[in-house]
Design a protein around this ligand. Structure first.
Ligand code: ADP
Ligand code: ADP
Ligand code: ZN
Length: 214
C-alpha cells in the first residue's frame, strides 16, 4: 500500500498514520518528524529547517525532496509506505511523481483529512508529545493518565515550539496557499479519498480502512 496523508496542521495526520502503518505493516514517513529528529541531534539540516519551522513557514523544497527520495529507496519501503506531511507543495508532488515513476511505482490513494480552523487550533495548541517514545496526547481529547507523563513509557510530555496560536494560524494560512492545491492535483488523478477529520479518531480510522479495502 503506497499512501499519502494530506491535511492542515493539527488535522490528525500523525494520529491516523500511526494506526494505518500498524494495520498495513508499512513505514511511517513524516518529514516533520525527520526535521525534529535532526533539530534534536543538532545536524546542519536541523539547523536550517528550524529557521523556517519556528516561523510556521515551509522548509524549502530542495531540502525536503532529496530526503524523501533517499528514504523511499530504503529496503523497508518495498511493501509500501505512508507519507505524512509530504508532499506539501505542487513542486514536491511533481517531484514525488518523478521519483516513483523512476522506481516503476504508483500511489494507491491520497487520504485528505478535512478539519475546520477552530478545531485545528484547539487540537494543535493542546497537543503534547512524549520526549522518549513520541506518543501523541491531547490535554482535552486524549489526555495522559497522569498530567505531563507518558502512559506508554513514563517519559516527560512536551509541547512543540511551533504549537502556539500565532504559529498555528500562520501554518494554516501557508497550508491554504501552498498545500491545498495538491487536493485538486490528486483529485484529477482519481486518487483522493476525502474524510471528515473532525470525527472521533477510532471512527475515522475505521472509515479510512474500509475505503482503502474497496
Ligand atoms: P497532525 O499530524 O495532522 O498535525 P496530530 O495527529 O498530531 O495532527 O493531532 C493533533 C492533536 O489532535 C493531537 O494532540 C491529537 O491527540 C489530537 N487528535 C488527533 N486526532 C483527533 C481526533 N479525531 N479527535 C480529537 N483529537 C484528535
Ligand atoms: P503539522 O502537520 O502539524 O503542521 P509537521 O510535523 O508535518 O506538522 O510539520 C512541521 C513543520 O515542518 C512544518 O510547519 C514545516 O515547517 C516543516 N515541514 C514538514 N514537512 C514539510 C514539507 N514536506 N515541506 C516543507 N516543510 C515541511
Ligand atoms: Zn512515551
Amino acid at each position: 500500500m503506497r499512501l499519502i496523508l494530506l491535511g492542515p496542521p493539527g488535522a490528525g495526520k500523525g494520529t491516523q498514520a500511526s494506526a494505518i502503518v500498524e494495520k498495513y505493516n508499512i513505514p511511517h514517513i513524516s518529514t516533520g518528524d525527520i526535521f525534529r529528529e535532526n533539530i534534536k541531534k543538532g545536524t546542519e539540516l536541523g539547523e536550517k529547517a528550524k529557521e523556517y519551522m519556528d516561523k510556521g513557514l515551509l522548509v524549502p523544497d530542495e531540502l525536503v525532496i532529496s530526503i524523501v527520495e533517499d528514504r523511499l529507496q530504503q529496503e523497508d519501503c518495498k511493501n509500501g509506505f505512508l507519507l505524512d506531511g509530504f508532499p506539501r507543495t505542487l513542486n514536491q508532488g511533481e517531484a514525488l511523481d518523478e521519483v516513483l515513476s523512476k522506481m516503476g511505482l504508483n500511489l494507491n490513494r491520497v487520504v485528505n483529512l478535512d478539519v475546520g480552523k477552530e478545531i485545528l487550533i484547539e487540537r494543535a495548541i493542546g497537543r503534547r508529545i512524549c520526549k522518549d517514545c513520541g506518543e501523541v496526547f491531547h490535554i482535552k481529547f486524549n489526555p495522559s493518565k497522569k498530567e505531563g507523563v507518558c502512559d506508554n513509557c513514563g517519559g516527560k510530555l512536551y509541547q512543540r515550539d511551533d504549537d502556539t496560536v500565532e504559529t498555528v494560524e500562520k501554518r494554516i494560512e501557508v497550508y491554504h496557499k501552498q498545500t491545498e492545491p495538491l487536493i485538486d492535483y490528486y483529485n484529477k488523478k482519481g486518487l483522493i479519498l476525502n474524510v471528515d477529520g473532525s470525527k472521533d479518531k477510532n471512527l475515522l480510522f475505521e472509515e479510512i480502512v474500509k475505503a482503502l479495502s474497496e
